[in-house]
Design a protein around this ligand. Sequence first.
Ligand SMILES: Cc1cc2nc3c(=O)[nH]c(=O)nc-3n(C[C@H](O)[C@H](O)[C@H](O)COP(=O)(O)OP(=O)(O)OC[C@H]3O[C@@H](n4cnc5c(N)ncnc54)[C@H](O)[C@@H]3O)c2cc1C
Ligand code: FES
Length: 353
Amino acid sequence: MDQKRQFRIVGKVWETPDTATFTLQAADHAPFDYLPGQYLSIIFDTRSGEKRRAYSFSSCPGVDALPAITVRRVVNGEFSNFLLSHAKPGDLLSTTEAHGRFVLPSRLPGAIFYIAAGSGITPVMSHLKQLLFSENKGTPRIVLYYANRDSRGTIFKSQLDTWMREFPQQFECTYFFSREKDAAHSLNRHLSNRLLEELLVRHFGGKIGAATLNDTLFYLCAPKALMRMAEMTLRVLDFPDSAIYKETFTPDLQLPQRKLDMTHQHTVIAESRDERIEFRTYEGETILNAALRQGIALPYSCKSGICLSCLATCKEGLVDLDFAEATTRTGPGQTVNTCIGYAVSDRVVLHFE
Ligand SMILES: Cc1cc2nc3c(=O)[nH]c(=O)nc-3n(C[C@H](O)[C@H](O)[C@H](O)COP(=O)(O)OP(=O)(O)OC[C@H]3O[C@@H](n4cnc5c(N)ncnc54)[C@H](O)[C@@H]3O)c2cc1C
Ligand code: FES
């Protein structure tokens, strides 16, 4: 269920003073499949056990010869600092396979809007390459709203500026710089509800009609506060939930902790196409932690409910999902993030793709 790979770093290019792109080659030269918008998780062996961090591909299959990830330094961050300061061409990285649902649909709409901030541009770059350069490229109108402090720290800015010149009919980008005035294609403002609504209404010629509502997609990759604001605005404008794709990189610090009760246990059966594993969880222990404690390799990355690496479909039983904001009870047919999922019924059956 938890497939692992090894990649050799074959290139490291600085994009900004605190961001680098690492080009990767499968160490066994076996094919590696991924979709624009997906990520892989790097697996770090530490004294306190294995830790994982997800990095979205900034490359695009079919356009770039090799997969690449782009990493921004997080202040005091354990592994982003390690990668940027120490990882170098020739080094081997242990990783998972590609995961993620922040991908393009098979039928492309008339317009796609991206709202990104900081390193949230990474999966968007992968999409843009697919839309502008791949053999089966589409023809949607592409609009990017991209928030940063200033142009110097804006990842991929010169590439985006070049694409604006090369594809004036298809691609436009507006930058939002909080600490820089008068840069080309930029607004020295925060992207607020009012401003986003104003920009969208203006883009669609003053009126957002039914045809637009059904033929436009939005991809949001930014800190949660910016995504919440954008989502709220899109709902007010009547865009359906199915038109909004979201990815966030920042784990929730406020995940609720349940009290462990070792006197009460549940049975969990984890199935995939070729495996079936039965194990027990204690009351108050997540399904993922129970599996890892017993040496059972279930897929995961963030352990905080945001990356979706650990998703399974519930076939039988009930599971509580403890998100930071609320607990949701799921049952048969519904998806379960095992990293924040607690078995509620005595027996739970989960199917992994
Ligand atoms: C699906 C997914 C895709 C991702 N793709 C990318 C990518 O393409 N490029 C990239 O640079 N990062 C990406 N990330 C974030 C990445 O996985 C790590 O979380 C990030 O590099 C920080 O790890 P760290 O070990 O340095 O920090 P940690 O030691 O884990 O954290 C240190 C502190 O920083 C906070 N923190 C953690 N992550 C962030 C963040 N992203 N922004 C601000 N504060 C943070 C933590 O809450 C903690 O307080 C992605 C995350 C997810 C879930
Ligand atoms: S491990 Fe990321 S959502 Fe569960």
